[in-house]
Ligand binder design. Structure first.
Ligand SMILES: NC(=O)c1ccc[n+]([C@@H]2O[C@H](COP(=O)([O-])OP(=O)(O)OC[C@H]3O[C@@H](n4cnc5c(N)ncnc54)[C@H](OP(=O)(O)O)[C@@H]3O)[C@@H](O)[C@H]2O)c1
Length: 246
């Protein structure tokens, strides 16, 4: 039987690339997004891959138990959960410039939604042998960098997004501890600077010769963490398959 993976934000960008890479490794991928992935899943199936789709809004946690029931009925377990979806709507906003609604919305979608989705799917992850959870974070939410008053990225502020990525990293270590005895590994990753809809001209200048990664290049570390063997790490933060500070 194929391993079952659920990827949020699968409609485009890193989520779509992650879904494709997992299908290429013979996973069945449940492509979940606030936008319908029906056509995409059909296209993958026509190419011989195994895919299904799920309409999932991370701000609507009330539907998470029903989603867990659906997956339980269809597959009986979940081997991989990739919390990839996020929004970035506050580029350039310092904390005092953020309005409350924006702050709450970003935390809801980027941290609280993934936390509650993980919680709802935990029984199914426990039913799989050696399940893996990957939280897609960002180095802009790296506390080591954020707390460095001399950091070159000091002025690159998106306060709500940064707080949400610190938060999803907290989700990682908290679930990693709780689920270790069940053989479940939970890690965070930063994909690096990736050419996707999330990016805009407002992004930091990464240097004259830098080019953004393609979504497939950016998805590599998430897929590596999703397919770790039993000797692999847990409770870590990785970029380019390399551990980085929190
Ligand atoms: N791109 C980068 O350079 C970069 C760098 C570091 C980290 N990351 C992280 O990588 C992940 C993927 O980023 P990306 O660049 O691929 O983003 P993207 O191209 O904007 O794709 C994100 C997907 O998530 C969906 N989404 C938004 N709100 C949602 C919700 N409430 N529920 C479910 N799905 C929702 C989006 O739908 P809509 O289009 O309708 O909003 C979109 O399809 C994010 O966690 C991001 O923070 C990206």
């Amino acid at each position: 039987m194929k391993k079952i993976a659920l990827v949020t934000g699968a409609y485009q960008g890193l989520g779509l690339a992650t879904s494709a890479l997992l299908m290429e490794q013979d996973y069945h991928v449940i492509m979940a997004d606030v936008q319908s992935c029906s056509t995409l899943a059909n296209q993958f199936r026509r190419q011989g891959y195994s895919a299904s789709h799920l309409k999932l809004d991370l701000a609507m946690s009330s539907i998470f138990p029903a989603i867990a029931n659906l997956i339980d009925e269809q597959f009986g377990q979940l081997d991989v959960l990739i919390n990839n979806a996020a929004i970035l709507v506050d580029m350039g906003s310092h904390p005092s410039q953020l309005d409350e609604d924006t702050y709450r919305r970003v935390l809801e979608i980027n941290q609280i939604g993934p936390f509650l989705l993980t919680k709802a799917l935990t029984p199914l992850l426990k039913k799989a042998k050696h399940a893996r959870i990957v939280n897609v974070s960002s180095q802009v939410g790296q506390l080591a960098q954020l707390s460095d008053m001399n950091s070159p990225l000091k002025e690159d502020i998106c306060a709500a997004y940064q707080a949400s990525k610190v938060g999803i990293n907290a989700n990682t270590v908290l679930f990693a501890k709780e689920l270790e005895s069940h053989g479940i590994k939970v890690n965070s990753c930063c994909p690096g600077w990736v050419d996707s809809a999330m990016n805009s001209d407002d992004l930091p200048d990464y240097g004259d010769n830098a080019r953004p990664k393609t979504p497939r290049e950016g998805a590599d570390t998430a897929v590596w963490l999703a397919t770790l063997n039993e000797d692999g790490p847990t409770a870590g933060f990785f970029t380019d398959r390399t551990r980085i500070d929190w």
